[in-house]
Write a protein that binds this ligand. Structure first.
Ligand SMILES: [Ca+2]
Ligand SMILES: [Ca+2]
Ligand SMILES: [Ca+2]
Ligand SMILES: [Ca+2]
Length: 382
């Protein structure tokens, strides 16, 4: 009797050990999306202004730990795919000694092989490919464009064809893989059924290597943020709608740091890449977090020694405050502003002023006047 009880307890605990995409996420496939590089979310977060400063550097790597990216998509160019240069493909040898044989293009922790993308009999879900497009689809007047179109994506698959993973330990090992193999930022559009040191210790390890980890608040319109985003060592991102309000499904909570535009469940949502060669409109906080991960990649493209604390501080202070004044439980510090975040990496003093492009120009005028006076004085001395 006692044994049965223990077995039952273990069964219940095991069934709770679950990672998944947040509930209800879906896409609507589009028949034609020839040129949507000016899609509605970009103006709201000032991506195009940010691209005047940087479109990202290839050396900066965003790890997408998810359902596996399909890089054969025509708008997910091969040159955004991370390649492990220490590894020789197909020789059945772990050339770089990282514990993974032939891991040239990342690792598939579902089937435990070196092909995290699609293979026959191992279909890849759309989720990761949709995220990859939001982060780094090339700027080529075709299809969609990512927020950091010139950075690199590391493909780490942990979700099975049903977008589920039943092992916190495997999730932790996958986070460690990304951290040890060159990720500069890690995107987790994943929610966990509960907190666990099995993966949280690995997020702390990534942080110790100065790798920020971004995750989703979740899609239940709950008043609490899902794990792992609820942890203070993870940057928690929710979704906003087309009117700069919290999206109807996006969870609330003290831990939320930013929101990024995805759209309400009944609005026309964010557009991105869908395998094998299409596009779709998708809703869910899963598509908000990668906008912040991409922004961090742009920031690190300008200065890769920024600390996680500095990155968070800039993201918070550069955001457009929404809802109640200051940080609030629905939208955190507010709406992501890619332009201001990137600008602040080069000149943190811009954060001392409210965001207004003409106001910013006015603040430059006194500086120009001072420079002119100094030059004139020097000339007099000469
Ligand atoms: Ca290897
Ligand atoms: Ca090899
Ligand atoms: Ca494109
Ligand atoms: Ca607010």
């Amino acid at each position: 009797m006692k044994l049965n009880k223990t077995a039952l307890t273990i069964a219940i605990i095991t069934s709770m050990m679950l990672l998944s995409i947040s509930s209800k996420e879906s896409i609507v496939s589009l028949s034609n999306a020839a040129d949507n590089e000016d899609a509605w979310h970009h103006p709201l977060i000032y991506s195009e202004d940010a691209w005047e400063i940087t479109q990202g550097r290839k050396e900066i790597v965003v790890a997408i730990i998810d359902s596996g990216v399909d890089f054969s998509h025509p708008d997910l160019d091969d040159n955004i795919e991370w390649i492990n240069t220490g590894e020789i493909a197909g020789n059945s040898i772990d050339d770089d000694g990282n514990g993974y044989v032939d891991d040239v293009y990342g690792w598939d922790f579902v089937s435990n092989d070196s092909t995290p993308g699609p293979t026959s009999g191992d279909p890849v879900n759309w989720h990761a490919s949709f995220i990859a497009g939001i982060i780094a689809a090339p700027k080529d007047d075709f299809g969609v464009v990512g927020i950091a179109p010139n950075v690199t994506i590391m493909n780490v698959r942990v979700l099975d064809i049903s977008n589920l993973l039943y092992s916190f330990e495997t999730f932790g090992i996958a986070i460690r893989y990304a951290a040890e193999n060159g990720a500069d930022v890690i995107n987790l559009s994943i929610v966990a059924s509960t907190n666990s040191s099995l993966y949280m210790d690995e997020i702390a390890y990534a942080n110790s290597l100065n790798i920020p980890v971004v995750a989703v608040t979740g899609n239940n319109d709950f008043s609490s943020v899902a794990y792992p985003a609820r942890s203070d060592i993870v940057i928690a991102v929710g979704a906003s709608n087309r009117h700069n309000e919290k999206a109807d499904y996006s969870n609330s909570g003290e831990e939320i740091e930013l929101v990024a535009p995805v759209g309400d469940s009944d609005e026309t949502n964010i557009i991105s890449t869908v395998p094998p060669d299409g596009y779709g409109l998708g809703w869910g906080t899963s598509f908000a977090a990668p906008q912040v991960a991409a922004t961090i990649a742009l920031m690190k493209s300008l200065n890769d020694s920024l600390s996680i604390a500095e990155i968070r501080d800039i993201l918070h202070r550069s955001a457009k405050d929404l809802g109640d004044p200051g940080h609030d439980v629905q939208t955190g510090y507010g709406l992501l502003n890619v332009f201001r975040a990137v600008q602040a990496v080069l000149d943190p003093s811009i954060l001392l002023h409210p965001f207004n492009s003409s106001y910013q120009f006015l603040t430059i005028l006194p500086i120009l006047a001072i420079i002119t006076i100094v030059i004139k004085r020097r000339r007099r001395k000469l």
